[in-house]
Write a protein that binds this ligand. Structure first.
Ligand SMILES: [Zn+2]
Length: 481
């Protein structure tokens, strides 16, 4: 008896020693010094004007083509030097592909992407805006309007930085390619997909591609009060499943034991009862390594010892919807249609379940899993709308390209903590893996917690000072590359 107590005590002692040793020796990967800062000034006026063009993305038959043409003209008028120095191609009517030829052909091109289209403003919420959503009005140092963050902020900052660099007489040694899509918000089929195809056809091998998706996040990462530069190294996949049943209906006074609506309901319940398991994907393991050492002691201990504290970390992240989405493939019912009248048994029912896939979960696996779980001969499970995409490949966060990007971010924001990240939504970035395996998603526009709901929401806005820093970020990135 005494001996076993001794062994258990000794075992615990060793365990605690390992946990503490790992915690105290847990340090963030060391990045080399920041790049020399290229400080550029901006008053944000051009972004403010850019917002006034209502470049809302719609399928081509509903799109207002003239507003995209007007926006192109605005760019040409606002950035005359850029349009003189860079070659410009129009792709599929509205996307813009620019090339700034570098003097050193041995350097692979840097590709910066962005999109000029924006999501519409929900009519019911128009009055909730502090400034009219397409006014570009400046209030309290903020530029307001749809697209201020997503994604005209980045697009105009890129162009403004180049216009500035040309004014200073800068000539690039590395070729710079700008790829600005016009339909990112509806899938990027005409824009990014086509531009990436053109680049591939030309044999372009990019040094790296930088797209939107990551951010300068202040007060957003749990446990960190300061600013974290979240660089998206992968983005989640997407699939929706249709769960349907067709069965005999009839009068509600003489119901059969099961009808279509009840069958689909039962199937959906089975899915709901079986969420996909929590797990770490490679971008999140990177996040753990980069963020962990900066956390308060207890959290740091958990992050330093994921082999032991995985469930605690998962529980912490499951407290918020966005945290939870980082550690599992999400599953949510988004549509349910059935029934016509209170005294008629419906003959048909249909529900749609949307999934956002962690790297490693394919749409086929999700479909097979749902069929196995539902296991009901009257219920059909199919992929909805023929649209499915696995998570993107993972761009290496230990690469020199990632480090270069981090150094440019640190030049402008010296106090920032850098971390790899998994992007929860879809971006144009996924199309560009055909020309490089280094696609990084990062917008230099700083965001606070309450800004997250402004993206695609009410009162989208950006601080002029934050926007000006974005111009300096792109200047620093381009000039040093
Ligand atoms: Zn966007």
């Amino acid at each position: 008896m005494k001996k076993s107590i001794l062994i258990v005590t000794l075992g615990l002692f060793v365990l605690v020693a390992i946990v503490l040793f790992r915690t105290f020796s847990f340090t963030a990967p060391q990045l080399s010094n920041a790049l020399p800062l290229v400080e550029l000034k901006s008053d944000g006026k051009l972004l403010s004007q850019a917002i006034t063009y209502e470049t809302i993305s719609h399928k081509s038959e509903m799109r207002n083509d003239s507003v995209f043409v007007a926006f192109h003209n605005f760019l040409q008028d606002s950035f005359p030097k850029l349009h003189k120095e860079l070659s410009r191609e129009v792709v599929n009517e509205h996307s813009l592909l620019y090339t700034w030829k570098g003097s050193d052909p041995s350097k692979k091109p840097l590709v910066l992407t962005g999109h000029m289209d924006v999501v519409p403003v929900d009519y019911a919420s128009r009055n909730d805006w502090d400034a009219s959503p397409f006014s570009g009005e400046i209030l309290d140092g903020n530029i307001y309007g749809r697209g201020a963050i997503d994604d005209k902020g980045s697009l105009i900052a890129i162009m403004e930085s180049i216009e500035n660099l040309i004014s200073q007489g800068f000539e690039p040694s590395r070729t710079l390619i700008l790829a600005f899509g016009h339909d990112e918000e509806i899938g990027g089929d005409e824009g990014a997909k086509e531009m990436s195809r053109i680049l591939e056809e030309r044999g372009t091998e990019a040094w790296m591609v930088i797209d939107e998706g990551g951010t300068l996040a202040t007060g957003i990462v749990p446990g960190i009060d300061g600013t974290v530069a979240l660089i998206g190294t992968s983005e989640k996949g997407y699939v929706s499943l249709e769960v349907s049943a067709d069965m005999g209906g009839g009068h509600s006074s003489m119901p059969e034991p099961m009808n279509a609506l009840e069958a689909v309901n039962r199937a959906i319940y089975k899915l709901k009862e079986n969420p996909l398991p929590d797990r770490f994907s490679e971008p999140i393991l990177g996040f753990v390594d980069y963020i962990g050492p900066h956390l308060p002691f207890v959290q740091k201990m958990a992050f330093a010892n994921t082999w032991l504290f995985k469930p605690i970390i998962f529980n912490t992240y499951k407290k918020s919807a966005s945290g939870s989405a980082l550690v599992h493939t999400t599953q949510v019912v988004t549509m349910f249609n059935s029934g016509l009248k209170d005294n008629v048994v419906p003959t048909r029912a249909r529900a749609v379940v949307n999934y956002r896939l962690l790297p490693g979960d394919s749409p086929e696996v999700i479909l097979g899993r749902a069929k196995d779980l539902i296991n009901d001969t009257v219920v059909k499970v199919t992929i909805y709308d023929d649209f499915e995409v696995s998570a993107s490949p993972i761009s290496d966060h230990s690469s020199s390209e990632f480090e270069f990007l981090a150094q440019a971010i640190q030049a402008v924001n010296p106090e920032v903590i850098i971390s790899p990240y998994l992007v929860l939504g879809a971006t144009d970035g996924r199309y560009y893996y055909n020309i490089t395996d280094k696609v990084f998603r990062f917008s230099p526009i700083p965001l606070k917690k309450d800004d997250l709901s402004r993206i695609h929401g009410v009162n989208e806005r950006v601080l002029i000072t934050g926007y000006a820093k974005s111009v300096s970020f792109y200047g620093t990135l381009i000039k040093n590359s």
